[in-house]
Design a binder for this molecule. Structure first.
Ligand code: BGC
Length: 748
């Protein structure tokens, strides 16, 4: 009887899934038919109008003229719902074909309620947290009428000098792909046509994170093997995750700017991955092909971009001014225009804008809800990475009767939200000082003195005041780092140490003999070797967003336990860059390192050995990818394999038992790495292939199981085919990218 009932349920489920898929397919087919109808009615000028994206100018005469005459397809940066509705009304009621507009905005890590910067979100190693953040952002931004966000930014980068590392998910293709997909899911929800959903935009396509010397917009040289192995996987995954749109990057790759790169935009994105969404240029990036030196003028730039399948020109004025002539002269085919317009109309249909173009004007906006703030706080808790905790200083115990709260980031509401927060209202930011006062002010003495008023401040007079506060306290909480404006677009640094007199301030505080907790709030990993030596505990909190303060207070006083892990390697100094865990071994891996100060005067040239390292930095980074401590300890058992060989079409189960051997209940991000021991091309010493964040009570154990398939072993070969090679592999399940003992299996 039970069996029969199960079967009926199974059949019913299968049929409903089939109907759902069939229903979706039918809806998509209907959309194409509607697009055919529209396209057949559109003039060339109207088509080109759809391909034009302009920045908001309110209800200016210019904008009204453009909307009425079908000369604009999308508007970015317009935020007033009433203005949005009026522009939309003009488009729908007064333009000849009534095609609605799409309103867009950079909603990167929150609209009003700000979550940690994406690099911090990646440090959570918790895709659910990331999805929650994007969902909250969508709920808030769609309430004003924004239906398209320019996020996620899924540029892999191995260069902390680059300011946009803050917006990225760090150095690893796999971690970036997983986090990017989670953001897409959060922004787009279950149904793009839901007025609470925003189209996501996978950006910047592609290779932007490889900018030479970490300088923004700079040239990149990326061999295709590396492009496919490092820079493209997150984008391919974004297509699989249903990203509705993509954005070109500013950089050139091997001499070809992305906005004119037909190989990237047609061959890979459209032909290989079958992307059928909108590809928008970056701001002025079509026009900037003139500066790159590949187009003589705006007309040639428009020609290059249109022939490279860039659908929409963001603030470049290249398409609107020149496409018509280019079509008439036969340089751009009308079918290329139709294809682009089809993508744009498809997006508008998918967003439900033809049926429901207007945003509801609400009395109360769904901003900063208790639920959103709780999610933002949890994200900030999980994004903080504990780098050092000498003698278990953290969490602060009951014996602590007074704390000094010092440092330029201790009470900096605008800086803690980080880069790309145009819509954040700083009065909603809860700073560490406020949070500590609110939660503990009644029971412990709080001696607050910023010392330095902003991160670049060099005025040492303030330091003395902070030292006085430290002398009166049991523990010093030093909130250091970078102002928000020091990371993000065009905010690159050649020197990645703490700016201003922060290091001097730490030294002065250390002289008091008081234990020091150093909290770094920054948009990038900073070279904090000296500071890590001087401080007793170090917590890397990134820019944690609206709720950074309460999250840090919970972590410092033990209401929460750190579980963040580095999504990027921290170098000892900028000269080590690029330094990343998935490097190749080389023929002479760095061993027997003799550091510069240890070399005897007059040492013979041959006396130091010949291996690959820097005389002044050695071979290791300051902290490796995946690293992060907890207040508890985790023990990892040996890695167990379901069998010693993996054959084509089979799976291999890899597991280990993780035990919480310490005193605190805590989360742990368990990481799976492999290495192909002997291959026809040199392979990285380790590659991340999976991770799981688990929660273990003190004393509890859990078996953590991963499955490897042939696809996990495969890599790109010179013939641009991804395949696995037969032979021996190592596999680790470990707490970071450098620890653990591998098991071995054979792929046969
Ligand atoms: C950035 C993009 C952003 C766009 C629109 C550009 O400068 O590179 O990431 O989406 O501006 O604001």
């Amino acid at each position: 009887m039970l069996m029969i009932r199960r079967k009926i349920v199974f059949i019913a489920l299968t049929v409903s899934v089939m109907f759902a898929c069939g229903g979706r397919q039918k809806a998509e087919n209907d959309i194409e038919v509607k697009i055919d109808g529209l396209l057949s009615n559109m003039t060339l000028q109207e088509k080109i109008g759809q391909m034009n994206q302009l920045t908001g100018l309110g209800l200016s005469a210019d904008m009204i003229h453009n909307v009425k005459n079908g000369r604009v397809g999308s508007i970015l940066n317009e935020l007033d719902p009433k203005t949005i509705n009026e522009l939309q009304r003009i488009a729908v009621e007064e333009s000849r074909l009534g095609i609605p507009l799409i309103f867009a905005r950079d909603v990167i890590h929150g609209f009003k309620t700000i979550f940690p910067i994406p690099l911090g979100q990646a440090a959570t190693w918790n895709p659910q947290i990331v999805e929650n953040g994007a969902r909250v952002a969508a709920t808030e931004a769609t309430a004003v009428g924004i239906r398209w966000t320019f996020a996620p930014m899924i540029d892999v980068t191995r260069d902390p000098r680059w300011g946009r590392i803050a917006e990225s998910c760090g150095e690893d293709p796999y971690l970036t792909a997983v986090m990017g997909a989670a953001m897409i899911k959060g922004f787009q929800g279950n149904d793009l046509a839901d007025p609470g959903s925003m189209a996501a935009c996978a950006k910047h396509f592609a290779g932007y994170g490889a900018s030479e010397s970490g300088k923004d917009y700079n040239t990149t040289w990326i061999p295709e093997l590396q492009l496919r192995e490092v820079y493209l996987p997150s984008f391919e995954k974004a297509v699989e995750a249903g990203a509705a749109t993509f954005m070109c990057s500013f950089n050139d790759i091997n001499g070809v700017p992305s906005s004119g790169n037909a190989y990237l935009n047609k061959t890979i994105l459209r032909d290989e991955w079958h992307f059928d969404g909108v590809l928008v240029s970056d701001w002025g990036s079509i026009e900037q092909m003139i500066s790159h030196g590949v187009a003589a003028d705006l007309k040639q730039a428009a020609d290059l971009a249109a022939n490279a399948a860039v659908d929409m020109d963001m603030m470049g004025f290249a398409y609107i001014n020149h496409l018509e002539a280019l079509v008439q002269e036969g340089n751009v085919s009308e079918s290329a225009i139709d294809r682009a317009v089809r993508d744009i109309l498809r997006l508008k249909f998918r967003l439900g804008l033809f049926d429901n173009p207007y945003v509801e004007i609400r009395e109360e906006m769904p901003f900063y809800t208790a639920e959103a703030l709780a999610k933002a706080k949890q994200a900030a808790v999980e994004s903080a990475v504990l780098l050092k905790n000498k003698d278990g200083l953290l969490p602060l115990g009951e014996g602590i009767k007074s704390v000094a709260v010092v440092g330029p980031l201790s009470d900096a509401p605008g800086d803690q939200v980080g880069t790309w927060c145009f819509d954040a209202e700083f009065e909603h930011s809860v700073t560490p000082l406020t949070a500590i006062r609110d939660a503990y002010g009644e029971n412990i003495g709080i001696n607050a003195e910023q010392g330095l008023t902003y991160s670049r401040d060099k005025n040492e007079l303030g330091i003395e005041k902070a030292v006085t506060a430290a002398r009166k306290s049991d523990v010093v909480l030093f909130f250091a780092g970078e102002e928000a404006v020091l990371s993000g677009e065009a905010r690159c640094r050649a020197d990645i140490r703490l700016p201003g007199a922060q290091t001097e301030m730490l030294k002065a505080l250390k002289k008091t003999g008081k234990p020091i907790v150093l909290v770094i709030m920054s948009g990038r990993p900073l070279a904090i070797g000296e500071e890590t030596e001087d401080a007793d505990a170090v917590l890397l909190a990134f820019h944690g967003g609206t709720m950074a303060g309460p999250a840090l207070a919970d972590l410092i006083f033990g209401k929460a336990v750190p579980s963040g892990k580095l999504p990027v390697t921290i170098p000892k100094m900028a000269g080590q860059i690029p330094v990343y865990y998935a490097h190749k071994n080389t023929g002479r891996p760095g061993r027997n390192v003799s550091l510069i100060d240890d070399i005897p005067v007059g040492a013979a040239q041959t006396s130091l050995g010949f291996t690959g390292y820097h005389l002044d930095a050695g071979n290791d980074p300051l902290f490796p990818f995946g690293y992060g401590l907890s207040y508890t300890d985790f023990d990892y058992s040996e890695v167990r394999l379901s069998q010693n060989a993996l054959s084509t079409g089979q799976t291999l189960t890899v597991e280990c038992t993780v035990t919480n051997t310490g005193k605190y209940d805590a989360d742990e991000a368990v990481q799976l790495y492999i290495r192909d021991r002997v291959a026809s091309l040199a392979r990285p010493v380790r590659e991340l292939k999976g991770f799981q964040k688990i929660y273990l009570k003190a004393g509890e154990s859990q078996t953590v199981t991963f499955t490897l398939t042939e696809d996990d072993l495969a890599y790109w070969h010179a013939d641009m085919v991804k395949r696995a090679e037969r032979g021996e592999f190592q596999v680790w399940i470990s707490t970071d990218s450098q620890s653990g003992t591998p098991a071995t299996f054979v792929y046969n």
